[in-house]
Design a protein. Structure first.
Length: 235
C-alpha cells in the first residue's frame, strides 16, 4: 500500500479512482435533482430522507474525504509534473486534440470547480443539512425550510447572476470531467488505441449527459421564476 501514496503511478491511481468516485456521485446527485423538475413533492421527500440522518451524514463524510483526497493529490501531481516536465501537469502518451486545452489547464479548471462547489454548498448544504445538524446539537436555528429542497432551488435560481455563475461552473466541470474520465482509465491500464478512443467517446457522452442534467435544472427553475414573476405582474 506504501506505493499508492509515495510513487507517481500510485498517486495517479488514487487520483483516478477518487475522480471516478466523484463522477458516480455527480450521477446520483443529478438524477435526484431532475426529480425536482417533474415532482417537487417527491424531491422534498428525498431531501427529507437524506437530511441529517446517520446514513446521510456518513455518506457526506465519505464524499468530503473523496473530494479532499482528489484535491490534495491534484496539487501533488501538478507540482510533481511541473517539476519534471514544466507546466504540462497532465501529459500523457497520446492526447486527443479536442481535449488538449483541458489537459493543459486541469489545475485551473479544478480550482474553478472547487470555487463552484463552495458556491453550491453555501446555497444548499449550508441551508439544509448543516442547519439540521446545528439544530440537533441544540443551536437556535430556523429549520422551517431545512428539508424544503424545492424552495432553495427556486430561491437560488431566481437571481440571473447566480444562474450565470452556475452555468460557468458547470462548463468548467464539463471540461474537467471529460478529460479526467479518459485519463483515469488510461492510468488504470487501458492504453490500447481502440479502447482509448472508445473510453474517450464514452466519457464525453456520459459526462455531457450528466452536465446537461444539471443545466436543465438551473434553466427550468430560472424560467419558472421568470414566468411566475411575469404572472404576478400581470404580464
Amino acid at each position: 500500500m506504501y506505493w499508492l501514496f509515495k510513487s507517481s503511478i500510485g498517486r495517479k491511481l488514487v487520483m483516478s479512482i477518487s475522480g471516478l468516485f466523484l463522477i458516480l456521485f455527480l450521477t446520483f446527485h443529478v438524477c435526484m435533482n431532475l426529480v425536482a423538475i417533474f415532482s417537487p413533492e417527491a424531491y422534498n421527500m428525498i431531501c427529507e430522507f437524506l437530511g441529517a440522518n446517520w446514513y446521510a451524514l456518513a455518506g457526506t463524510m465519505v464524499l468530503a474525504a473523496g473530494v479532499f483526497v482528489h484535491i490534495v493529490y491534484a496539487f501533488i501531481l501538478y507540482f510533481q509534473n511541473r517539476s519534471a516536465r514544466g507546466n504540462d501537469a497532465y501529459a500523457v502518451n497520446a492526447k486527443p486534440k479536442n481535449v488538449e486545452w483541458a489537459s493543459q489547464n486541469m489545475l485551473a479548471l479544478g480550482i474553478a470547480v472547487v470555487a463552484f462547489l463552495a458556491l453550491h454548498m453555501y446555497n444548499f448544504w449550508a441551508k439544509m443539512q448543516l442547519v439540521e445538524i446545528l439544530h440537533k446539537v441544540g443551536m437556535d436555528v430556523d429549520i422551517a425550510n431545512a428539508q424544503n429542497g424545492v424552495f432553495h432551488i427556486q430561491n437560488t435560481f431566481s437571481c440571473p447572476i447566480v444562474v450565470i455563475l452556475y452555468l460557468v461552473g458547470l462548463g468548467a466541470l464539463w471540461f474537467h470531467l471529460t478529460h479526467g474520465f479518459w485519463s483515469a482509465f488510461q492510468t488504470m491500464g487501458i492504453n490500447g488505441k481502440v479502447w482509448f478512443n472508445r473510453w474517450k467517446w464514452i466519457g464525453n457522452i456520459y459526462v455531457t449527459a450528466v452536465i446537461l442534467g444539471y443545466v436543465a435544472v438551473v434553466l427550468v427553475f430560472f424560467i419558472k421564476n421568470i414566468c411566475s414573476y411575469g404572472a404576478a405582474c400581470g404580464i
